[in-house]
Design a binder for this molecule. Sequence first.
Ligand SMILES: Cc1ncc(C[n+]2csc(CCOP(=O)(O)OP(=O)(O)O)c2C)c(N)n1
Ligand code: SF4
Ligand SMILES: [Mg+2]
Length: 301
Amino acid sequence: MGEIKPIYLEEKLKEIEDSGRLDYRSKTLPTWCPGCGYFSIVEAVAASLCELNIPNENAVMVSGIGCSSRFPFFVNTYGMHTLHGRALPVATGVKTANDALTVVVMGGDGDGFAIGGGHVPHAARRNVDITYLLFDNGIYGLTKGQTSPLSAVGFRTPTSPYDNPDRPLNPLLMLLSHGASWVGQAYAGRPDHLHKMITQAMAHRGFSYLHILSPCVTFDKTHRTYQNLGMQVRDLPADHDPSDRLAAMREAMHDETPALGLYFSEERPTLGDALDGLVEKAGGELPGKVAAKPARKTARR
Ligand SMILES: Cc1ncc(C[n+]2csc(CCOP(=O)(O)OP(=O)(O)O)c2C)c(N)n1
Ligand code: SF4
Ligand SMILES: [Mg+2]
């Protein structure tokens, strides 16, 4: 058995300072409730931007409306806090206008699968080269705890005082069938794994969808709690083949015991590639691509 070492606060603070990831946090501190799962997501995104050495001015965070969608305020990058459910089309425009940018979309389960649900299939099938981080707390947090399309059956909320009778959607299965070229799942209670998954999702060329399970500690005391999720989540089987879409769909069917990890990944032309091809076919000239700023010389980790 390996040696167990205590972690001292001073050492931890020094490690965080030396890592360089604080450069990706803004001076605005998150306004989330203490204990909200979203804190580990902002930490993980900052760590991934740092690890991938993405210049702050080359990254754009685009969100909708919700507690989760406050995210762009808390990172030191460009950001757009758009309309409820409309982050994906805005992000598609940003990426299409300037392919050199790293565009990350974030939002809640209500934002993405209720009001914004119509946009998800199209971003996936067109393989827009952006990353979509879906913060799934199974509830409308910002508006004080109503059911969302991802709420569990039997969940009692202000909009379901006699228990929620509606079967939740299965977002992983949907994204796999819509044609997303990268699909994964992580849990806010496993921050190291979450960070690895976000890094992989951002590094993928094409539409990457990361489903992040995250407790709303204020409005859900019974279902998606740290205690319940801690017992439910498992890793994808070690022999899972992420190039096999059908195998990924079979795994996604086990939504009672959600598996964490990379479900599916494939390389295929992006929307940007298709548009460039279209310009060429029409005999037009491609405008000079805006050059990406060079990555920082050394990763400060
Ligand atoms: C067009 C429109 N409809 C409704 C609302 C009210 N509203 C704001 S956030 C929200 C849902 C938030 O839930 P979710 O997207 O899951 O994010 P969370 O707060 O849980 O992170 C709703 C219904 C709104 N702001 N705009
Ligand atoms: S209401 Fe829920 S989702 Fe919103 S910040 Fe508080 S704990 Fe997080
Ligand atoms: Mg929510």
